[in-house]
Ligand binder design. Structure first.
Ligand code: PLP
Length: 466
């Protein structure tokens, strides 16, 4: 099986977007220049229909879904029970803020928060708004002015979250003037370690930077409100931090009276094989940010959980825009959590994660194009060495994704050197293994033939053209 992508129908719709969507003007010239360097366009399609573990494109091609709505469909596509719950909420309330589902959902969330220690919840629409709300909360609670975030991290696309993110050098270009309150520190990413350092030393260095360098040269300890951290990098390449690093951060926060904000928008709600990724590290954050999976893949729901002290009585911090905690969003989240409990979804994710890890781990030895295989639960990632003769940084990873799509597997590879995969937490095991076998075929193909897709964007299909 090898799909020709984009198929005719997807291509026709993508072409209609060129005069209207962001980057539509750039695409023809960038694809021509890519072709002149001998590269084909990256595989692409428009989703026509989704169900369970699969999606179909407009040309009728079927794909195993490892892309998962950007890690947002924990129970697979279009889960019928969640759709029904959301539909009922729509019919009953339309949109009102003061509906009767918000408080029951806050009760349920309090029960599943790590250590039962974060009993309060403030609703937001998206992960972006929730992270911004968490930052505001920390600043107002501590009455301090700085937060520390990390290079390679991604927290969202709002102005505040753009400032806190740093997944590449262009991230904050032209917005430097807005970044006054953010101090960026290095995340001990397991690739690109400074020469001569081992992984452990690099972790020690990164902790030293937080403990010594920042207080001495950047800001006094007592003007830092919080450390904002992803306990498991997502957009930054599905990199899994060490226990020493996350526990070191908790200790630094305790020693300096800084708050620890765990951004669990992507890692949370079972993605890593525990309800929250911080549970792998045996630490409790002061503020936890949730989103994505909370929607059940049907209707947006996000927010911030925190201690009584932080969120129970904070006169300055505000949050929650008009559509925060919509009836449909709360109905989706309530039903999702009900199914999690009924069907032991987190345990299922952990056991599927083991199956995937066992399958994937050999790729590191077997294929020289593979850099690292990184897995925690169903947070699955493979990084690729740069093997493009033209020196194009993402070509190998994007070529693997291209070959995966031709074989009927969909996953994420935007402007990065890895392919990231987020199967549904309840995916059928046979489907998961079939998908991984096709990923391996794709890796084998690129290993043998070299990269065929360059760094250039695909046709824009909305805001992005990966
Ligand atoms: C760790 C993390 N935080 C925040 C966000 C932003 O969430 P949203 O896209 O729902 O605004 C994302 C999105 O990918 C994320 O991965």
């Amino acid at each position: 099986m090898s799909y020709k992508l984009p198929g005719k129908r997807s291509l026709a719709l993508l072409a209609r977007g060129l005069p209207h969507l962001r980057d539509g003007l750039r695409y023809p010239s960038s694809s021509a220049s890519s072709a002149a360097r001998g590269y084909e366009p990256p595989g692409q399609f428009i989703v026509d229909r989704a169900e369970g573990d699969f999606i179909w494109d407009m040309d009728g091609n079927c794909y195993i879904d490892f892309q998962n709505g950007w890690a947002t469909n924990p129970l697979g596509n279009c889960h019928p029970e969640i759709i029904e719950a959301v539909h009922k909420a729509h019919c009953r309330y339309g949109f009102h803020w003061e509906h009767s589902l918000r408080i029951p959902l806050a009760e349920q969330l309090a029960k599943i928060m790590p250590g039962g220690a974060l009993p309060r919840f403030s609703f937001e629409v998206s992960g972006t708004e929730a992270v911004e709300s968490a930052i505001h909360l920390a600043l107002c609670h501590t009455k301090r002015r700085y937060i520390i975030s990390f290079t390679s991290s991604f927290h969202g696309e709002g102005l505040g979250t753009k400032m806190a993110s740093a997944y590449n050098a262009d991230n904050n270009l032209y917005m430097e003037g807005w970044a006054g309150g953010v101090i960026k520190a290095p995340y001990p990413y397991s690739e690109q370690i400074p020469a001569g350092m081992g992984q452990e030393q690099y972790v020690e260095y990164c902790l030293w930077y937080l403990a010594e360098h920042i207080p001495k040269y950047v800001s006094p300890v007592e003007n830092i409100a919080a450390i904002l951290i992803e306990p498991g990098l997502a957009e930054g390449g599905n990199w899994i931090p060490s226990v020493e690093f996350i526990q070191g951060i908790r200790k630094l926060c305790d020693d300096n009276e800084w708050l620890m904000i765990a951004d669990e928008v992507l890692t949370g709600l079972g993605r890593t094989g525990k309800m929250w990724s911080v549970e792998h590290y045996d630490v409790l954050p002061d503020i936890l940010v949730a989103g994505k999976n909370l929607s059940g893949g049907i209707e947006a729901c996000a927010g911030v959980a925190a201690t009584d002290e932080i969120l129970g009585d904070n006169v300055r911090a505000s949050g929650g825009s008009t559509f925060a905690g919509t009836p449909g969003g709360c109905a989706a989240a309530l039903k999702t959590l009900e199914i999690y409990e009924r069907d032991n979804i987190v345990e299922r994710a952990a056991s599927l994660g083991k199956v995937a890890a066992e399958y994937m781990i050999h790729w590191q030895q077997k294929y020289s194009i593979v850099g690292q295989v990184r897995t925690l639960g169903l947070l699955l990632g493979v990084s690729f060495n740069n093997t493009s003769e033209q020196g194009e940084e993402y070509a190998t990873a994007r070529s693997v994704r291209h070959q995966m799509m031709k074989r009927g597997v969909w996953a994420i590879c935007d402007f990065e050197r890895q392919v990231r995969m987020y199967p549904a937490l309840n995916m059928d095991e046979a489907v998961l293994l079939d998908g991984l076998a096709k990923v391996e075929e794709a890796i084998e193909h690129v290993q043998r033939h070299g990269p065929t897709v360059g760094d250039y964007p695909s046709m824009p299909s909305g805001n992005v053209g990966f």
